[in-house]
Design a protein around this ligand. Structure first.
Ligand code: GLA
Ligand code: ZN
Length: 666
């Protein structure tokens, strides 16, 4: 368990990843001088420094790091000290080539990048804990070290390894989970395609198979890979807790990428002392600031609503997307303060100084290769001043207005092959429902699909379930309790279908949610690419839907609010409303987007008694409150000045593209 390490010594953070090992000594003094000029209060140091710290096995070189930490401490800059275990040195791999991970196809990945780690490899585990112990012994009580940064972005770029060592570890993990082979055979449904196991030793990782590999086997392997990485984090964390008491331990999360192998941040957040996150704007044609808000809300949510820290974002363009546009003037500050509005205790960047070589030399930084006479530097120093001016909002909490359910485990399960449509995408539904709420200027708190029965409808009058394919037994009853006590629930299609073993809930779809929604689904009828259907509301409204239709049979007490007006399921219910106790449960049986989805969300908001704030599109109003006061962040993503109404009825201007923080009078 995490020690109750306070993060009191961590200032409201402004700074970035600092990689002095890429530079000669002369540059370090200049770095520290310019950091002071920019208002830097904290840096993340040593994240990739293993080869420099231990150039030969067991021979440590501390002198350079002593010097750098001393320089930073002398300048009053706090250190978030990295354990460099995401990149073991070349000599380590030469001695232990088996520590390199193996893909599903059996390809062993090579050294020369980063994150090439088999998390089950005993030599890697021993080496990682040894370097961590050495660092903790040397710097554990250094007054500059206020936070430990373990590893880097666990799960990226590779989470799972499929080597023989992992295979053996997987069998051990399965024995713990299932106890008996009978239980495993049952959970995996091995009666299908004759997969029954008669001996634990017959079980292998879900390596490349001729056709689709058993989905439960794949899902369990993802869980196993997550657990292996987490165990390695915990091993490092426990050493740091022992040798560096009182200094909190974190590892930088990446809560919101829309694809790729992820870890389960609900589980990871329980293991860190302070949740930290990395966020980068995606250039994918969507409204990137909405994704930023979602990432910040989700990070705060995994942190239990408490403080968290944005550990990395970019001053301007990144260099790992196909196209990497620069941020517009003012956009960096708007992004940084947008995270602060949603609970971050500061804003940190990758990285302090732009690299001159290596894979990320085109990635922008706080200090560009061209020096300080440029817009970027001027904006960085301005932002440093602004962050300093917000110092007393530390410890205040952002208040969420509505709640939404998100499960990484369900997302993994749904993302496996051979679903009714290959275009089903839980992340897309999450993004779209979030966007609809964002457009009503509502702040979202995310919740895991557990303990929902205790959710207070007064605190969260609306609960949205965008797509919860896999619903553990009990979720339906929990949701029913929430609704019966006055909550408004909005569930969208392909939810409540399977249990945690990817096994269909017994009876008609949507197994786990039939009772609370008051309906059954007789048949799925996914739409083809490009195919749309019309949906018509009883009030005359009409919508255009795509991707999904199904045959819904509303039960007694379940009202049909809109029907499929054409298509193969014409005449059947597309939107229903079921009164349960003093609340209502809505069900949307198809995919709506944009204004159409917003209209449906508005119906549920009206039921929940939530009157949206009157503000222009792309203007955020987010409130942080606590002992030091109430701070209202108005974030204006539009190209014109806007006016916001403050609690005293006065109207205040927020410049085009700007952010204003209004403090309630005490
Ligand atoms: C990630 C990593 C950093 C750096 C940035 C670049 O977040 O943690 O080391 O590679 O991306 O955007
Ligand atoms: Zn392995």
């Amino acid at each position: 368990m995490p020690s109750p390490a306070p993060h009191d010594r961590l200032p409201l953070a402004f700074g970035g990843d600092y990689n002095p090992e890429q530079w000669p000594r002369e540059v370090w003094e200049e770095d520290v001088r310019l950091m002071r000029e920019a208002g830097v209060t904290a840096v993340s140091l040593g994240v990739f420094s293993w080869a420099r710290l231990e150039p030969r096995p067991g021979a440590y070189d501390w002198e350079w790091l002593d010097t750098v930490i001393g320089l930073l401490h002398g300048a009053g800059i706090a250190v978030n000290l990295g354990t460099p275990t995401v990149v073991p040195p070349a000599w380590f791999y030469r001695a232990h080539p088996d520590a390199l991970p193996v893909t599903r196809e059996g390809v062993r990945l090579a050294f020369g990048s980063r994150g090439a780690i088999c998390h089950s490899n005993p030599e890697y585990r021993a080496a990682a804990t040894t370097i961590t112990r050495a660092l903790a012994e040397r710097y554990g009580s250094h007054p500059a070290v206020v936070l430990w940064h373990v590893h880097n972005e666990y799960g990226a770029p590779v989470l799972a390894c499929y080597c023989d060592v992992c295979a053996a570890a997987f069998r051990g993990w399965l024995r713990e989970r299932y106890d008996t082979l009978d239980a495993l055979n049952h959970a995996w449904g091995t009666a299908f395609w004759g997969q029954q196991y008669g001996d634990w030793e017959e079980i292998t990782p879900p390596r490349a198979t001729p056709s689709v590999c058993n989905p439960t086997q794949q899902l369990d392997y993802h869980r196993f890979a997550d657990a292996q990485a987490r165990a390695n984090f915990v091993a490092e964390r426990d050493i740091l807790h022992r040798l560096s008491p009182g200094v909190p331990v974190t590892t930088n999360f990446m809560v919101a990428p829309s694809q790729g192998q992820t870890v389960d941040y609900w589980a990871w957040a329980k293991e860190v002392d302070l949740v930290t996150n990395d966020h980068y704007l995606m250039t994918d044609g969507r409204r990137t600031h909405v994704n930023l808000a979602l990432a910040a809300d989700l990070t705060r949510s995994v942190a239990g609503g408490g403080p968290w820290l944005l550990l990395e974002h970019a001053t301007s363009g990144v260099n790992w997307q196909p196209y990497n546009p620069a941020k517009r003037p003012g956009e960096m500050a708007r992004n940084s303060l947008g995270h602060v509005a949603r609970g971050s205790e500061g804003a940190m960047f990758f990285q302090w100084r732009q690299s001159q070589s290596g894979a990320e030399k085109f990635h922008t930084a706080m200090l560009a290769n061209s020096g300080t006479d440029n817009r970027g530097w001027r904006e960085v120093t301005d932002l440093g001043r602004r962050v300093a001016g917000l110092a007393d909002l530390r410890g205040t909490r952002t208040r969420g207005d509505v709640a939404m359910v998100w499960s990484w485990d369900s997302w993994w399960a749904q993302s496996l092959e051979w679903r009714p449509s290959q275009d089903l995408d839980a992340r897309e539904r999450l993004d779209s429902f979030y966007e609809a709420l964002y457009d009503r200027h509502l702040t979202v708190d995310f919740l895991p699909p557990t303990g929902l029965g205790d959710l207070d409808p007064e605190r969260y009058p609306l609960l949205v379930v965008p797509q919860l394919y896999s619903a553990p037994v009990g979720v339906g009853a929990d949701l029913e309790r929430y609704v019966a006590r006055g909550g408004t629930l909005l569930v969208s299609f392909f939810s409540g279908i399977v249990d945690e073993n990817d096994t269909l809930h017994p009876g008609a779809y949507p197994g786990a949610l039939r009772d609370v929604l008051g309906l059954t689904v007789e048949e799925f009828d996914p739409l083809l690419p490009g195919e749309t259907v019309s949906v018509r509301g009883a009030d005359g409204s009409s919508y255009t839907a795509d991707l999904w239709s199904e045959v819904v049979l509303p039960g007694a007490g379940c009202e049909t609010v809109a029907v499929f007006a054409d298509g193969r399921t014409a005449g059947g219910a597309a939107l229903t409303r079921h009164a349960v106790g003093s609340g209502t449960a809505w069900y949307l049986a198809t995919r709506l987007t944009g204004a159409d989805l917003a209209t449906v969300v508005d119906l549920a908001l009206a039921d929940a008694g939530i009157t949206p704030v009157d503000l222009p599109r792309d203007v955020e109003l987010v409130v942080r409150e606590g002992e030091s006061g109430t701070f209202r962040f108005a974030v204006n993503h539009t190209g014109s000045e806007v006016k916001v109404v403050l609690p005293d009825g006065s109207r205040a201007a927020v410049p085009a593209g700007g952010v204003e923080v209004f403090r309630d009078p005490r």
